[in-house]
Design a binder for this molecule. Sequence first.
Ligand SMILES: NC(=O)c1ccc[n+]([C@@H]2O[C@H](COP(=O)([O-])OP(=O)(O)OC[C@H]3O[C@@H](n4cnc5c(N)ncnc54)[C@H](O)[C@@H]3O)[C@@H](O)[C@H]2O)c1
Length: 275
Amino acid sequence: MKLEGRIALVTGGGSGIGRAIAHLFADEGALVVVNDVRLEAAEKTVKEMRDPGRGRALQADVADSGQVRTMFVALEREFGALDVLVNNAGVATTSGEDREAIAKRAETRIMETLGGQGVETHLDVTQHLSDEAWRRMLAVHLDGTFFCTREALRLMSRRNRGAIVNISSVAALMGLETVPHYSAAKGAILSFTRAVAREVASRGIRVNAICPGFIDTPMTQPMPPLLRAAALARTPLGRNGEPREVAATALFLASDDGSFFTGQWLSPNGGLFTG
Ligand SMILES: NC(=O)c1ccc[n+]([C@@H]2O[C@H](COP(=O)([O-])OP(=O)(O)OC[C@H]3O[C@@H](n4cnc5c(N)ncnc54)[C@H](O)[C@@H]3O)[C@@H](O)[C@H]2O)c1
């Protein structure tokens, strides 16, 4: 067992990739605090563990530093320490965005490209992005990663050991044209990962990131068929990834198997990005 006796916190653990990470970590012997903004989703993840005694659900919106602080107070009271933090909570879209219209334009562009007549339909995402959509996207991903990392480092610094895994995205490496705010947030998470990794290495704390490609989760379910096909066409392995494949990467980075990795990113992406 690769995480025997370790205490782990997985944010956004109520669904998709976070749920798979929480389950794998528990199977590998960790006690897993499953955070989600939706309490019932976090509780369901715990209930569905092979041994639900290895899990504990805690609700908090990671974009709210007060809620994050309260969650860590509860975690410390109950477990006394933290060995592993996975900053996974995320959203692909925020309220008030017309994702359907953007998807439709993206599909029209694909048809125009295939037709060979030149592209006349423009995505025009950034020029219509509201302050609120921009801020909420950065708040959930970037603020959330910072707030949880800050609290985790206070606990990890007491014992001078720990591992932090930040879930970024291929959006950080390539830029995804339909989600500029998401791409910006994920890119900032990578820079934050590198800086904090250098900062806390002397304390024996490792910080790494994962940049998944397209993974089948509730987040990618609403992708229209043509966009899905276009993503598959650009993925040499010819399929989307599964949450368990990202979870295996997280386990590697969080456990002693990844003991010489810090400030790095790994990208389970089926060959979509090879840089
Ligand atoms: N699915 C993909 O293709 C893909 C690719 C690259 C990166 N990612 C990233 O992986 C992570 C997980 O995505 P997923 O595909 O499993 O999505 P998902 O929608 O299945 O799960 C995300 C979970 O995060 C929770 N959440 C959202 N906002 C939160 C907040 N403010 N506080 C706490 N919890 C919150 C949601 O309730 C949900 O349970 C995200 O950071 C996402 O950006 C996903």
